[in-house]
Design a binder for this molecule. Sequence first.
Ligand code: ADP
Ligand code: MG
Length: 483
Amino acid sequence: MLKNDTYEVVIGLEIHAQLNTNSKAFCSDKVEFGAAPNTLVSPISLGHPGTLPVHNKEAVNMAIMLGLACGCDIREYNTYDRKNYFYADLPKGYQITQMDTPICNNGKVEIILPDGSTKDINLTRIHMEEDTGKGLHDLDIENTLMDYNRAGTALVEIVTEPDFRSGDEAYAFLSEVRKLVRYLGVCDGNMEEGSLRCDANVSVRPLGAKEFGVKVEVKNMNSMTNVKKAIEYEFERQCKMADAGEEIFSETRNFDALKGTTFGMRSKEDANDYRFFPEPDLPPLVVSQEWIAEVKSQMPALPKELFARFTGEYKLGEYDASILTESKEVADYFLAVCEYSSNYKAAANWVMGAVKGWVNSNATHIGKFPIAAATIADLIASIDEGTINFSVAEQKVFPILLENPTQKVGEIIQEQNLALMDDDGALQKWIDEVLAEFPEKVTDYKSGKTNLIGLFIGQVKKKSGGKADPKKTSQLLAKALNG
Ligand code: ADP
Ligand code: MG
């Protein structure tokens, strides 16, 4: 984090999230990332004369869901506006957006900072709008190529209050928002592919000042790290300007990821440059209380709710709970194991350990993990019942399951002869051997060094190939040494 004892940085974020709808915001063109250019465009997307837009209910549902998850007020009477401007990626010459009647107002998102403290970031609004097409500048040296597949896809724009005071806070907010939209399934949250885009408004003011400084808007950052870097660069740049007595003017700047710097693009346009006017082709959208209740009933559990459940009902530590709620897929898998096992701590350890280990080493996601949650629960039960111990489960049974996920845990234990040995005769034989091999240690033990018991147990375990039941072994050992 930047340290400056003269100035303070003030940041507000504007985040565009591409909604995971099947079709576009106002027509039935399919939404698909990576389709061949200009194959997902109809006359409506292109704004041909005589075409009319229609609301996409799924997009509205998603906007409502996101608003509810952030504690926003959901607007009943929604209208749309046209934002007019000319650019090659905007075939209609205007964007349909919500200028004066955003579907969500207020609300907040709690962020967790690197030092573990929390802070609420207030939302100004979330409104619905449509996306532009995409200009491809680097495929052809002489020309910019246009792909209109994205034109008209549904977006929400989340606008925050100027509540951030560091790049770290902005970073934490983005990761929280990304987690949230992924949980809700409303957006894939991928910043690199542009499904989630962030503009940062940055200003500085003398420490202790009440008034905000003039803000600069930075665009074109395609990762959370770059947003943080751009903010930190801007803070430094603006501090230097303020020190030199230079005037900071409202402008739009671009982030250069290679240099880690920002450069001026254009002076900031005013709202009236866009000639906003009410969209005449769309009737007002009325969101009833029943509609909101219906969306609420379909909403999945939020990460915060799951965290509370894991630390409360399941009695897990905060660290475990935060790892298990990192993504919905991980939380869902853990919950599925817990449907078959009430040993929640063991379930958490398996998911965070062996399961996530497999996911990481295969550079994939938990959806691809081959072993059913019920089978992991069987593994936990086999340990709890004392049939096998943890290391046999993890090092022997688990790898076999990975190869053969449908095999039963009990079958593997039997076939591979892995059950713990609690047969007195065999154990006693190994104990006798071990005590004979370490006569000095036995003398030491008898003269009071009783913690040598661990060494004897270890040796017996080794002889048994890991199968000696540790409890039984230590009972028999105690008898042999003390008797
Ligand atoms: P504009 O009219 O330029 O779009 P808005 O008032 O709509 O400005 O705010 C856009 C974003 O800029 C919001 O996220 C808001 O929190 C942020 N913002 C507003 N003023 C400042 C400021 N002085 N410094 C930093 N961010 C600001
Ligand atoms: Mg604005």
